[in-house]
Design a binder for this molecule. Structure first.
Ligand SMILES: [Zn+2]
Length: 242
């Protein structure tokens, strides 16, 4: 899993204007196609020109992808919001409102409010919210282990095991676990991934502790698009645990 943050140049190339930012929010939150809340049909949503909304190809039902996010009630361009979020991810020591005021040319009050919103939102997103879900358009969660470190002075394997759980195009939770076995790994997975979620793993034995692979049509399609060696499983908690 790559955790290298993008450079500012890469970031600005990726998010050059508000339309691209909105499209990003839409696809991260809803995906490409999903069951329309109004007509119930599997639908693609098209952007409505000049407004921060998308509508169902069948019935015209409208979705506002910024609803419930810090960008919902704001006149500040999304590119500015994205830039400030970039500053937050790029800086170890936090971001000062004064710096934001200077960088994007807003008032101190606006800068302060943006920082506060982003901090609050990052708090709710950064590992505090369980991943996945059981709704048809809930994202698949990829679960993987990584080993960091080397050998200790006695030549013993001294690697830390980092467990990464990542919604596709979405949130990430990482945890350092005590070892590489099921008893170390699975309690974290069942804590952070919602029961019934579709989970993608490699074939490592540890992941066999998950419920027997359950392949729905959607997950087979997703599997083909990804990596043939990976498996999508439906996660279920061991009985007796809630
Ligand atoms: Zn519809």
């Amino acid at each position: 899993m790559s955790t290298k943050p993008p450079t500012l140049k890469q970031f600005q190339k990726r998010f050059p204007d508000d339309d691209v930012c909105l499209e990003h929010i839409m696809r991260v939150r809803y995906g490409q196609r999903f069951a329309c809340e109004s007509c119930g049909r599997e639908a693609h949503y098209y952007r409505v020109k000049g407004r921060r909304c998308y509508e169902c190809e069948h019935c015209g039902y409208q979705v506002y992808p910024t609803a419930g996010t810090p960008f919902e009630k704001t006149r500040t361009p999304l590119t500015d919001w994205f830039f400030v979020m970039f500053l937050f991810t790029a800086s170890r020591n936090g971001v000062a409102a004064k710096e934001v005021q200077r960088q994007i040319g807003v008032t101190y009050k606006t800068a302060w409010r943006m920082c506060k919103e982003i901090r609050t939102y990052m708090g709710t997103v950064d590992g505090d919210r369980p991943l996945g879900g059981v709704r048809p358009f809930s994202p698949i969660v990829e679960v993987d282990k990584a080993f960091i470190g080397g050998k200790d002075r006695q030549g013993q394997d001294d690697k830390a095991v980092v467990l990464g759980m990542m919604e596709r195009h979405g949130d990430v939770v990482t945890r350092i676990v005590a070892g590489r076995h099921g008893r170390h790994v699975m309690p974290q997975v069942t804590t952070w991934v919602i029961e019934g979620s579709r989970v993608m793993t490699d074939d490592a034995r540890v992941f066999q502790h998950m419920h027997k692979a359950s392949f729905t049509k959607a997950s087979i399609t997703a599997k083909k698009n990804m990596c043939a060696e990976k498996r999508i499983r439906t996660i279920s908690k061991p009985s007796g645990q809630t």
